[in-house]
Design a protein. Structure first.
Length: 214
C-alpha cells in the first residue's frame, strides 16, 4: 500500500494541514494536496463529511485507509513510509514528544494563533477591530506555553535534542503565526533556546516549501 499516492485534504493556511504536509515532505512522500477550505463562502463540500465527520481539516487518504486528526496522520506517515524516523526509539523520549504535542494542541494553538495572531494581525488586515482584552488575557498563557517548552527542550538543535521529531513539526506552524504579532516576536526573544530552535526549523526545506502567503 505504501506505493499508492496519499491524498491530504485541506487548505494551505491551516496550522494542522501544514503539520501533516511537513511530515509528508520530511519523509519524502509524494502526495496530493486536495483543496478543502472550511471557511469558503460556498461552504464545505458535501462529500467531505465522509472523510471527516466533524468537517475539520485535514483529512487523509492512503489507499483504503482514511484518517482524520493530525497527530494520527503524522504518526502513520512516519511509521508507514521509509526515511528518517520522526519519533524517538526510547519510550521515555517518545512520551515527552507526545506530551509536547498534547501541550501544543490543548494550550498553545488557540492561545498563540487565535487569541494573539488572529486578533493582532489577521483582524486588522481585514479591517476589523482587535479584541485587546482577549490579547491581554492570552499573553500570560502564551508565556506559560513558551516557558514549559523551554523547560522540556533537550540540548541540541531540536525540541528533543539532536533529531528532528514530530514535536518540532507540530510546533513550527503555530509559532509561524505567533511571531507575526509583535508580542509574539518579543516573547520568543525572551527564550533563547526557543529562538535558536526557531531559526533551525525555519531553515528547513519542508518549512519553506509549506509557507503560506495571504
Amino acid at each position: 500500500m505504501a506505493a499508492e499516492r496519499p491524498r491530504l485534504f485541506g487548505a494551505a493556511y491551516s496550522v494542522y494541514v501544514r503539520i501533516a504536509r511537513l511530515t509528508l515532505i520530511e519523509k519524502d512522500v509524494d502526495h496530493e494536496l486536495v483543496p478543502v477550505d472550511i471557511f469558503s463562502a460556498d461552504g464545505i463540500p458535501d462529500w467531505y463529511a465522509a472523510l471527516h465527520p466533524f468537517n475539520k481539516i485535514p483529512a487523509f487518504e492512503h489507499g483504503s485507509l482514511q484518517l482524520f486528526e493530525t497527530a494520527a496522520i503524522a504518526r502513520y506517515v512516519d511509521e508507514a513510509f521509509p526515511g528518517p524516523a520522526l519519533q524517538p526509539d526510547d519510550a521515555r523520549e517518545r512520551a515527552v514528544m507526545n506530551q509536547i504535542i498534547g501541550l501544543l494542541d490543548a494550550y498553545a494553538y488557540r492561545t498563540l494563533v487565535w487569541d494573539i495572531y488572529v486578533e493582532r494581525v489577521s483582524k486588522p488586515r481585514d479591517r476589523a477591530v482587535s479584541d485587546e482584552a482577549r490579547i491581554a488575557a492570552a499573553l500570560p498563557r502564551a508565556r506559560t506555553c513558551l516557558e514549559t517548552l523551554a523547560t522540556l527542550k533537550r540540548p541540541g538543535p531540536w525540541l528533543l535534542g539532536d533529531r528532528l521529531s514530530l514535536a518540532d513539526l507540530h510546533a513550527a506552524p503555530m509559532f509561524a503565526y505567533f511571531i507575526e504579532a509583535p508580542e509574539g516576536r518579543d516573547m520568543l526573544g525572551e527564550f533563547p533556546v526557543l529562538a535558536t530552535w526557531w531559526g533551525n526549523i525555519g531553515a528547513r526545506h519542508s518549512f519553506k516549501k509549506t509557507a503560506f502567503k495571504d
